[in-house]
Design a protein around this ligand. Structure first.
Ligand code: AMP
Length: 726
């Protein structure tokens, strides 16, 4: 495994004899178990290396060390690197630490000069390498590079102590090292950003990691497939919600009447319809109706504060709000910015509309839904997803979870989150049944467990934190899930102990770790597990069909297998960007630069990951301040922005913390007037933010702790002692 750790790099040193250098290494390594990997540079490259050194009056080892610095920077996706080299002191090699800042626009020769300066500085200071001093290294094991001159060619000798599986990683690193030497020897003036470290073999391997091609009838979206099922089996049960059961005929008929009505109201291609309702069968009919009319829906939660609903309705420019009496929102009595209709008031009128299918539009590139997610600037952003992307994801779920007409899929996620889409519709497109669990049931793990068993559900999806609580119940009182075929876990990092606990109780029920962002039509990878993986972490798995995934560094170059970088995704599942927000769209959406295909969209997720051999992805968290609390996606910046709008608050920082049980929560730190009324701040937050974004703890500070370079030090915030807010 290649990630942060320690590194020593020493090379053939002109001043000392190879013999002395060897003695040094033997002494250094004598007490530790180690493995070796040797890679010859070859006669030709070795000769060229010497030639370049002579031409530029450089030592071979300064070229090699500088190349090593480039390698370290690439592996750790950072421009600040520290590594150790051996210098000769009184005829003996002595290790010194060199600290460097790499700038990608520099030519290799310029970079080499800065390396020489840094080395001179370090030699003068005589910095001794000490454990823990190194922030960046190459492997999960200790790793030493040693370039020896032997019989007219240089040999890279990598000595490492670590597990057997480190061998592959070290082998790859040696080849990357050689690629860098090759590139700079070929052209010493090459800009650092242009050095390609990947070998052809590896480029091939990375290409092979892309999701497989999968053809599906792209012209048919959910509403088309649903009405086909309704025609084939009208009396089958489509939806179950509490005591109610609805056949395909009923749901399709109701959706059709509403669609005809909407068409009459001017809802057509890509017109946006906001659905402000509680989750339930009527919502499903409403979504189908919007699609049948050619429009796209925007889900709104009646529990959202008025201000958020107003923001979304206003900025989306939607044409219609559909609501119901049970969801009556106080905001609806004011200026709603666009027409609103209460379905309860429309019931009688709807009966006059035909129950037959409207003539359906068939453009798969049409917008399907817009889901608003938290936005760091303080305004939520509306991710636009098209029918084709939505269908691509739906087929991935149908295939990987083996959803069929006998399946009963639980729908427990809020309709304001994209996971609700497949939960609502995967079964309905293949003749199966969707089991809608309303919020109060879904929020109670004990109740949910009983219901899943009693309702004979075949597929259940939960977030890891919820699964952990479910397991506490199940470990106390074991209950069998005779009909459950797969458990899907999503939304946040899945920890190994949770998977272990599940398989200890249910060895025959596979777990699928599903990962992906709203912007790419929900999940982009699946990791299907029949057992606890023999890895340190639970990976997020392999790319789903028709997706390419790239792990890139800050310069948008492909990272080698094992190196950490940002996860980017391209393909038909990538959405259109953010509604009416070109600036935020342009920041993270682009054309895929890695394929010949024109107009293949790519989305930069902001998530960090790395490829593991075999093409599975390990997830490391975020590059930014987006967090997940109980599966809810939250930009801490959005909460901070709302807080500083309060007149008593001058500065605000919000962080996510974990309690002793590993449960995450939000804590806000405020600096402002001495007598900040915390209760008023709480009210202020609840009036503007969804409940899950309101921090449970608020702490007032005299001033924010800062790092030596003056930035707010998020790590130095005091831990909350007592609950100030609940
Ligand atoms: P959302 O758009 O609400 O689905 O949130 C997407 C983000 O949630 C991703 O970019 C990840 O940061 C995180 N996420 C989703 N699924 C997983 C997973 N299985 N493991 C780790 N993080 C996840």
């Amino acid at each position: 495994m290649i990630q942060n750790s320690m590194l020593h790099a020493t090379s053939f040193n002109k001043e000392g004899s190879p013999e002395q250098t060897r003695t040094y290494w033997n002494q250094f390594l004598g007490e530790q178990p180690f493995e070796k990997y040797e890679l010859s540079l070859g006669v030709e490259l070795s000769r060229d290396l010497l030639k370049i050194a002579e031409e530029h009056a450089l030592t071979v080892d300064s070229i090699v060390h500088s190349a090593w610095g480039v390698l370290l920077s690439r592996y750790n996706d950072t421009s600040d690197i520290t590594f150790e080299i051996a210098v000769m002191r009184q005829a003996f090699p002595e290790p010194i630490a060199v600290e460097l800042h790499l700038e990608e626009h520099l030519s290799f020769i310029e970079w080499l000069r800065s390396f020489q300066e840094a080395r001179a500085l370090a030699t003068a200071r005589s910095d001794k390498f000490s454990e823990g001093h190194y922030t960046h290294g190459l492997t999960g094991c200790e790793f030493h590079a040693h370039v020896l001159s032997a019989e007219a060619q240089f040999i890279i000798k990598l000595v490492y102590s670590g597990s057997a599986h480190a061998h592959e990683a070290v082998r790859r690193a040696a080849h990357h090292f050689r690629s860098i030497i090759q590139a700079v020897v070929g052209n010493p003036a090459i800009a650092l950003r242009d050095i390609d470290i990947l070998t052809d073999e590896e480029k091939q391997a990375l290409h092979g990691f892309n999701g497989p091609d999968f053809q599906f009838p792209g012209e048919k979206s959910i509403h088309h497939l649903f009405q086909e099922q309704a025609a084939a089996g009208p009396d089958r049960i489509a939806l179950i919600c509490e005591e109610q059961r609805f056949t395909y005929r009923e749901v399709n008929g109701n959706a059709n009447r509403l669609a005809h009505w909407m068409i009459g109201q001017g809802i057509g291609t890509e017109k946006l319809v906001a659905i402000l309702m509680h989750r339930g069968p009527r919502m499903v009919e409403c979504m189908l109706a919007v699609w049948k009319a050619g429009g796209a829906y925007i889900p709104l939660d009646p529990a959202y504060p008025a201000e958020r609903i107003r923001d979304i309705v206003g900025s989306s420019g939607c044409s219609l709000i559909v609501t119901e009496t049970a969801a009556a929102h106080p905001w609806l009595t004011g200026d709603t910015l666009c027409p609103a209709v209460n379905l309860d008031d429309l019931e009688t009128e709807l009966q006059e509309y035909a129950a037959d299918n409207p003539e359906l539009s068939a453009d798969s590139g049409q917008l399907s839904y817009v889901i608003y997610t938290s936005g760091s600037t303080g305004k939520p952003k509306g991710a636009m997803v098209e029918h084709l992307g939505m269908m691509n994801h739906l087929y991935a779920k149908i295939n990987d979870l083996a959803i069929a007409d006998s399946s009963i899929v639980v729908q427990n996620a809020s309709h304001c989150f994209d996971i609700s889409v497949w939960q609502f519709f995967a079964a309905l497109t293949v003749g199966g049944t969707t089991l809608i669990y309303p919020n109060d049931l879904a929020a109670d793990p004990d109740f949910l467990i009983d219901s899943v068993i009693a309702d004979r559900a075949s597929i259940l999806e939960v977030v890891p934190s919820y699964l952990s609580v479910m397991l506490e119940f199940l470990e106390t009182e074991r209950r069998a899930f005779p009909e459950l075929k797969k458990l899907v876990v999503t939304g946040e990092a899945l920890k190994q102990n949770v998977v272990k606990r599940w398989f200890a109780l249910y060895p025959a029920i596979p777990v699928v770790n599903a990962y992906g962002p709203t912007e790419a039509s929900d999940d982009i990878t699946h990791h299907i597990m029949n057992d606890v993986p023999q890895l340190d972490t639970i990976p997020v798995g392999k790319p789903l069909h028709n997706f390419n995934i790239y792990i890139v560094d800050q310069e948008m170059r492909l990272c080698p297998i094992g190196a950490k970088g940002e996860i980017c995704v391209s393909g038909i599942g990538v959405g259109r960007g953010y509604l009416n927000d070109a600036a935020r769209t342009d920041a993270v959406f682009m054309n895929d630069p890695f394929t010949q295909e024109t107009d293949r969209r790519l989305y930069k997720t902001g998530d960090l990951g790395r490829w593991l051999p075999g093409g599975i992805i390990e997830f490391f968290g975020r590059k930014d301040y987006q967090v997940k609390i109980r599966g809810f996606r939250i930009e801490l910046g959005e909460i901070e922005n709302k807080l500083v709008n309060h007149p008593d608050v001058h500065e605000a920082v919000v962080i996510d913390l974990e309690d002793e049980l590993g449960t995450k929560y939000l804590c806000a730190y405020l600096v402002g007037r001495p007598d900040i009324d915390i209760a008023a701040v709480k009210t202020h937050m609840s009036q503007q933010l969804p409940y899950y974004m309101v921090p449970s703890h608020v702490i007032q500070l005299d001033k924010m702790p800062v790092t030596p370079n003056g930035k707010v030090d998020r790590k130095a915030m005091p831990k909350p002692q007592a609950m100030v807010l609940v």
